[in-house]
Design a protein around this ligand. Sequence first.
Ligand SMILES: [Zn+2]
Length: 360
Amino acid sequence: MFKKIIMKWFSTLFLVFFIGFLPVQNFYAQQKPFIVVLDAGHGGKDPGKVGYRKIKEKDIALKITLKIGKILSKKGVKVIYTRKTDKFVNLYIRGQIANKAKADLFVSIHCNAHYSNAHGAETWVLGTSGNRKNLEVAKAENKVILMEDDYKIRYKGFDPNSPESFIGLTLLQEDYLDESIRLASIIQKNFKGIKRVDRGVKQNIFIVLHQTYMPSVLIETGFITNKTEAKFLKSNYGQNKVAKSIGNSILKYINELKANSIATPKPPVKKEEKVTGNVTFKVQIAFGKKMSTKPYNFKGLKNIERKRFGKFYRYYYKSTSSYNTAKKNLQTAKKKGYKSAFIVAFKNGKKVSLSKALKK
Ligand SMILES: [Zn+2]
């Protein structure tokens, strides 16, 4: 009991010190504006999809994007646009703009098209475990690289018509997947509030998302091939609604992030972790809906662990403290057909970036 009181006293003292001296820089850093890069899809020679009464995706995307920007700027968010006018921008340049600005978030705005009467909104994050049925949207959005010079060199042999060619590209977004999904979930939830049909948070290979080093999402705001939805998206009324919904989602995401970072003062926690941290490595093989971890669901692989993440679940294959063993486990998973599997690191049960875990 006495020990506990002493400990408590010490930690309070530490906190006083911490607040008093150490974090001057840190608090200053928190004053730094939150930077959001807003990316209006397509532009210039690339109209994107063409819908009902020849509505062009590039025009709708730009209008909604500029409206979102206004909403965010008013709340003190620093907004950077990849385009503010009707011009063509290479996909990798869009990523470069975000990376150079050291943005905190990348949000790409698009519209969907389909020969059926499909309607509704969906938000995408980068991933390779997406299913084939979903691939058409990614293919349509990636096709634009064919309009770029040197795309074969630039995207290291990626062929927008053959998603398998993506495997040659390293999955840089891995560290940001949690945050990307969190934002995507807020966006989809808010869409329901403005009576958009919720087509869900989805995952697939979007080259524009692959280019960034920060949480990134791509929003398909609706189908311009559906008459009702096209009219809605073309109207100032509809664009305002969609922009407000997305803008508020981004603000909610930022507020949650801030609330979290205040609740857990980072510097002292990290120091302690370095001394006592136990690192384990697992192989993430799948992501998606809830299912049993029995081997028959996982191509015969045993020792599958399921972890909930929002509405979704992650599936890990084996756990080890040795990185070399983890690499062997990764090979086993890949041989079984999980070609896009990757290693993730945990420190004291909390997911940390692989690069940080290996530095230790
Ligand atoms: Zn698009």
